[in-house]
Design a protein around this ligand. Structure first.
Ligand code: GCU
Length: 422
């Protein structure tokens, strides 16, 4: 019993303990000098001159990220089966239809169940939709009683009496503040969410569980980590959304907060079916430049979360200057599709300025492809979004997802889906 308590404590607090042992730099004057690689330049130094060149360069860039950072998804098909678990035609005080769908992925006589929670406005026609993972189970995003309690592994949490890694009724609605479902529905959008641990539980298990277990292929230093697994899971959800006649699958916005923002960015880079990508405070391994070594660094991410990225990524621990890429090039892989990057002033760990600069340096790729790109060069004041094909804001406050962030995401989506023509 005692060992279990100590182990659970370490599992829960290890990122915090690591963070304390690791001294992060928060001083702009100590940011080293660096030169960002040019996304519009091939590895052999030749410039990208035509749209056809960009397609080739894009493949080159994508494979660098795949091989050196997120890891490669094994080749091979999975089967998928759909079953409706619940339907409430009067959810959100009558504003929405709520469905729970069990989307089962199968391969090699194993199954992984993705429990999807979908809210759609009641109006006629296909709806645009925000797709994103939740951190602790579908039942945490709303207090609505009908939503099933997650049964996958969850982190223990004394606040909600969660022990033995099993969630409980007490956690219902506990994260509702991050999910303004009624507001989203009123603006005409649907929401689809699932618990990220359904796809791959977030601990270092040697890739024995979650979707990694569907593929019993030999692993090497470029095999997929958990962030790539979460990104791949979002694409499998997209397979399901494409089958739903109520969803406008050409207007699916993939979004995520923090580690789930890292997954959303990689999903957007990997799967062109996502019409728009939103990263909220994704920080290191997400939208923030690694070469700045500001706040969380590669070494720190790799030590606290060794399962997130592939084995090759560890060779850049304390050697950021040897990176053949940086995160502005990840953002470039989303071009020409609209991308929104949001940050928070007190989330210095996630380096808001490093994310801003990544937007600035991804902009030339958007412009090369005939889009507006990112119309900013200096950090904007708080709560003053800079909006082009790439949008960015910094708001006051801590690492979190707030109603203000959601307002900006919806404004950005409205602008692209309903107003702009480019
Ligand atoms: C830790 C981690 C970050 C991550 C965050 C989160 O702080 O260091 O990289 O983004 O957790 O997912 O909440």
């Amino acid at each position: 019993m005692k060992t279990t308590i100590i182990f659970s404590f370490l599992l829960f607090f290890s990122p915090v303990l690591f963070a304390q042992a690791f001294v992060a730099n928060y001083d702009e004057s100590k940011v080293p000098e660096y030169k960002l690689p040019d996304p519009l330049m091939f590895n052999d130094g030749k410039p990208v001159k035509t749209a056809k060149d960009w397609l080739k360069r894009r493949i080159e860039l994508y494979s660098i990220f795949e091989k050196e950072m997120y890891g490669k998804v094994p080749v091979g098909k999975v089967t998928s089966t759909f079953s409706e678990v619940s339907l409430d035609e009067n959810a959100c005080n009558g504003l929405a239809v709520r469905r729970e769908i069990r989307w089962t992925l199968g391969r090699n006589s194993r199954n992984v169940i993705l429990n999807l929670l979908i809210y759609l406005p009641k109006s006629e026609g296909r709806k645009p939709l925000f797709l994103g993972y939740n951190f602790s189970g579908n039942h945490t995003i709303s207090a609505e009683k009908g939503i099933q309690i997650a049964t996958s592994w969850v982190r223990n949490n004394p606040d909600f009496g969660i022990t033995n890694n099993l969630s409980r009724e007490a956690a219902r609605g506990s994260d509702a503040a991050s999910w303004p479902v009624n507001e989203i529905i009123k603006r005409g959008y649907g929401v689809c969410t699932l618990y990220y641990g359904d796809v791959d539980p977030d601990f270092d298990d040697g890739f024995q569980n979650g979707v990694h277990a569907l593929f019993n292929s030999q692993r090497d230093s470029s095999s997929w980590g958990s962030v790539a697994a979460w990104a791949w899971g979002l694409s499998r959800v997209m397979d399901c959304l494409e089958k739903m006649k109520e969803v406008d699958s050409k207007k699916v916005v993939v979004f995520g907060h923090s580690r789930l923002g890292k997954a959303a960015l990689w999903a957007g880079a990997s799967d062109p079916r996502f019409a728009m990508v939103i990263s909220n405070e994704s920080g290191s391994g997400g939208a923030a430049l690694s070469l700045r070594k500001f706040g969380e660094t590669i070494t720190r991410t790799n030590s606290a979360f060794p399962h997130w990225f592939c084995g090759n990524f560890k060779k850049f621990n304390n050697r950021e200057e040897t990176l053949p890429f940086d995160q502005h090039e990840l953002l470039s892989l989303i071009a020409p599709r609209p991308l929104y990057v949001s940050t928070a002033e007190e989330d210095r760990w996630g380096d808001p300025k490093g994310s801003f600069l990544a937007c600035v340096s991804a902009s030339p790729v958007y412009q090369f492809l005939g889009k507006e790109g990112f119309p900013g060069t200096t950090m904007p004041p708080l709560e003053t979004p800079v909006v082009g094909t790439i949008g960015y804001h910094i708001r006051p406050g801590k690492h979190d997802i707030k109603p203000y962030d959601w307002q900006c995401f919806m404004n950005f989506a409205d602008n692209y889906f309903n107003t702009r023509k480019d």
